[in-house]
Design a protein around this ligand. Structure first.
Ligand code: UD1
Ligand code: CA
Length: 459
């Protein structure tokens, strides 16, 4: 089925109503630029990359989209018909003869593959030259109106700006998604004129032209109008994002993830979560975050590009970025795992602990109030409350190595570079500036002095 379809994506417009320095198709919804959703859709229907019509910010668009599309440049935005002319002249008559041409908009990311499938099927079944997607709206606003004849067949599309008062009342509108017979599209494009309210070449005029020339045209009404929602403003972007979020959470729930209050979470469409994981309210999961099975993700957890194993417990307020957390680890509440952190199996990192470029071996613990940076922590090491790796001398960063089974007493400063050997102990309150041999005890605090009766004499 796919080998017979060419996809054209219209994306030359800037989107002035976004009030942005960035072209609208590169604005993100649920972690991905909206054009990515359209590219995904295109790849469901054609084996070769779609032709994208680009104009505004073409370098930025090309550098993001890369090899996922072929490009036709539209120097001046003279209308949707003119945009399609650019793509069609790139493909050439031989490129689209005998094929169906599916036209999508770069700023309409919510269309479901099933809906496009229905559009293509209807096109095929009816032997149409053009089949368009329409939708029924309570407020048809600025969309093109679908004018049908007495028998109910589609006659023309009237742009809102060209519509009579009666036509403006029509609730069925053009979604801006079409299938054409390649040959018919090629033959008729050059008949478009810019004789209308906006002085643009309207792609929509092809409906009337094809019909007048005796070809069959038809329409499929989308079940859910949100599928044709375009992003023209920040308000519409937020509606699109909410819909994608909803779909992401529904999909995860169907795969066995529990959400205690799905309306409060923010989860990028790039995130994966395993079965039987429970996600509490007010959780944000971004980027390439991947969570395993049977985890508990408590309120206020914020993860960006974090890999989490199975049966991990992330307690309230845990923040992590570019980190790896292995099976059965427990983190937080209020822990901060910065880039380069790796927690091995069953590691425990507790309240108000900050880590950075720190690798913890299996079973290691830092339960309270510590900063562990540029460090290699062996298996089953126990780091007491208030331990600090002094990794920065004002110019360079230095490493701390704690070998397997080391015990660090509370309130210890480890002045890096420093290494504590296997099974060694460091007494509470120590400042460690030299390496500690395996199995030794290191103590560096000043001995305690007792002055008897001092308080009484002071009075
Ligand atoms: C178009 C339709 C309208 C439909 C609506 C659905 C026409 C004439 N009208 O109107 O019937 O209801 O979409 O959203 O087609 N673009 C280019 N080059 C151009 C002009 C537009 O690439 O010269 C691209 C835009 O970047 C956008 C898409 O085409 O991705 C649609 O353009 P837009 O200006 O939003 O069309 P509408 O006026 O909304
Ligand atoms: Ca539009």
């Amino acid at each position: 089925m796919t080998e017979n379809v060419e996809v054209i994506i219209l994306a030359a417009g800037l989107g002035t109503r976004m009030k942005s320095a960035t072209i609208k198709i590169l604005h993100r919804a649920a972690g991905r630029p909206i054009v990515d959703y359209v590219l995904d859709l295109a790849s469901d229907f054609a084996s070769q990359p779609p032709v994208m019509v680009i104009g505004h910010q073409r370098e930025a668009v090309q550098s993001w989209v890369g090899e996922r599309a072929r490009y036709a440049v539209q120097e001046k935005q003279l209308g949707t018909g003119h945009a399609v002319m650019q793509a069609v002249s790139l493909l050439g008559r031989e490129g689209i003869a005998g094929k169906r041409v599916l036209i999508l908009s770069g700023d309409v990311p919510l269309t479901r593959p099933e809906t496009l499938r229905a559009l293509l099927d209807e096109h095929e079944r009816s032997g149409n030259a053009m089949t368009l997607l329409t939708m029924q709206l309570d407020d048809p606003a600025m969309y093109g109106r679908i004018v049908r004849d007495g028998a109910g067949s589609v006659q023309r599309i009237v742009e809102a700006k060209d519509a009579s008062d009666d036509e403006k009342k029509i609730g069925e509108v053009n979604a801006g998604i079409y299938v054409f017979d390649g040959e018919r599209l090629f033959e008729n494009l050059s008949s478009l004129s810019a004789d209308n309210a906006q002085g643009e070449y309207y792609l929509t005029d092809l409906l009337r032209l094809l019909r007048t020339a005796g070809h069959r045209v038809g329409a499929v009404i989308a079940r859910d109008p949100i599928e044709a929602l375009g992003v023209n403003s920040r308000a519409e972007l937020s509606v699109v994002e909410a819909e994608i979020q909803k779909r992401v959470v529904m999909k995860l729930m169907s795969e066995g993830v529990t959400f205690r209050n799905p309306n409060t979470v923010v989860i990028d469409s790039t995130v994966a979560i395993g079965q039987d994981t429970v996600v509490y309210p007010f959780v944000t999961l971004e980027g390439m975050t991947k969570i395993g099975e049977g985890c508990v993700i408590e309120p206020g957890v914020h993860l960006l590009n974090v890999t989490v194993g199975d049966d991990v417990h992330l307690k309230t307020g845990t923040v992590a970025e570019d980190a790896i957390i292995e099976d059965e680890a427990a983190v937080g509440p209020y822990a901060h795992l910065r880039p380069g952190t790796k927690l091995g199996r069953s590691v425990k990192v507790g309240n108000f602990v900050e880590t950075k470029k720190a690798v913890f071996g299996a079973g290691a613990k830092a339960s309270h109030l510590s900063y562990i940076g540029d460090a290699e922590i062996g298996a089953d090491v126990n780091i007491g409350a208030g331990t600090i790796t002094c990794n920065y001398d004002g110019v360079n960063k230095h490493r701390t190595v704690l070998e397997d089974g080391v015990f660090i007493g509370s309130d210890t400063q480890l002045v890096a570079p420093v290494r504590v050997g296997k099974g060694a102990y460091v007494g509470a309150g120590s400042t460690i500036t030299k390496d500690v041999p395996p199995e030794a005890l290191a103590l560096s605090r000043t001995p305690q002095k007792i002055i008897e009766g001092w308080a009484r004499r002071k009075k």
